[in-house]
Design a protein around this ligand. Structure first.
Ligand code: ZN
Length: 313
């Protein structure tokens, strides 16, 4: 009996080549799929088929200049898109469109009731990508496009984006900073890359109060995260009553992750998933679209994704 949980993945995601030694590498997705294929969960997951996202949807959150810059730079063979770590290959543009496309297919399946929820094992990740800038391994902001798509295609009123990646999702925050119809919530190591995500950043204009940052000190662990969720995040979600929840599911807050200094275990991600799922069951008919962001220790990543999906099912 198949479950109503989906798993979005495509082998083309492995062809976004970031170069030797880059932490955001194809092996991340290989580790996840290999680990899940060895479990009984695998045959119960549904696997949506999907197409690349079209320019129309990318431009709902990114500028035409940004779209053109990513497309032309990749096709021209440029290897580094910014001053930092955003490495690409000729295929990266095509792969990035399929990453967004996979997430949009996840939205379709959840909004039409084919699935209750879905995990999208996509790359490149998205939450650092701003309206007009690539950043931190991210080309297009997968979750931001998904939120707009759900609103404009399905008339979803209020979307909550819960971002537990260890880094602050500066791109997602920027895109929705003045927008009360998308509530952006983040836990992240702070101060840390990318530098944003102070508690005082709460949105502006009509969006004031619809950004919630829960900065975490280096070496924080499960208890600090459970406190942030039970004392701050869940009460705010109860008031907001989201019609759809999108998770920016990074797993780099795991204690074995090489890029950060937070001490969660795979079990913590299971507990956070249960809490978000309970809110979804109460207000959004259980609808959750969860999208992979970071996570760079292969074993910790695979185990964390498994613990996350187990609680979605
Ligand atoms: Zn991260």
């Amino acid at each position: 009996m198949p479950s109503k949980t989906g798993f979005v993945y495509n082998d083309l995601y492995l062809e976004h080549d970031t170069g030797h030694g880059h932490p955001e590498r194809p092996d991340r997705l290989k580790a996840i799929t290999k680990h899940l294929q060895n479990t009984a969960m695998w045959t119960q997951l549904q696997h949506p088929v999907f197409d690349p996202a079209t320019e129309e949807w990318i431009l709902k959150v990114h500028s035409p200049q940004h779209w053109k810059f990513v497309k032309e730079s990749c096709l021209r063979g440029v290897e580094v898109l910014d001053q930092g770590d955003t490495h690409v290959c000729k295929k990266s543009y095509e792969v990035a469109l399929l990453a967004v496309g996979g997430v949009l297919a996840g939205v379709d399946a959840v909004m039409t009731g084919i699935l209750h929820n879905v995990f999208c094992a996509v790359r490149p990740p998205g939450h650092h990508a701003e309206k007009n800038a690539v950043m931190g391994f991210c080309l297009f902001n997968n979750v931001a496009v998904a939120a707009r798509y759900a609103q404009q295609k399905y008339g979803v009123d209020k979307v909550a984006i819960v971002d537990w990646d260890v880094h602050h999702g500066n791109g997602t925050q920027e895109i929705f900073y003045e927008d009360p119809s998308v509530f952006y919530i983040s836990t992240h190591q702070y101060p840390f890359y990318p530098g944003t995500g102070a508690r005082s950043e709460t949105g502006s204009g009509r969006g004031n109060g619809f950004t919630l940052n829960c900065p975490m000190r280096a070496e924080s662990g499960e208890q600090e995260y459970l406190d942030a969720f039970t004392k701050e995040i869940l009460p705010r979600l109860e008031v907001y009553r989201p019609d759809l929840i999108i998770i920016s599911a990074g797993f780099d807050a795991h204690r074995d992750d090489p890029l950060a200094h937070i001490n969660l275990t795979e079990g913590t991600f299971g507990k956070l998933t249960i809490m978000v799922r309970e809110i979804a069951e109460k207000y959004s008919g259980g609808k959750i679209v969860s999208v992979l962001e970071g996570g760079y220790n292969l074993e910790a990543l695979a185990k964390s994704v498994k613990a996350h999906i187990r609680e979605l099912m």
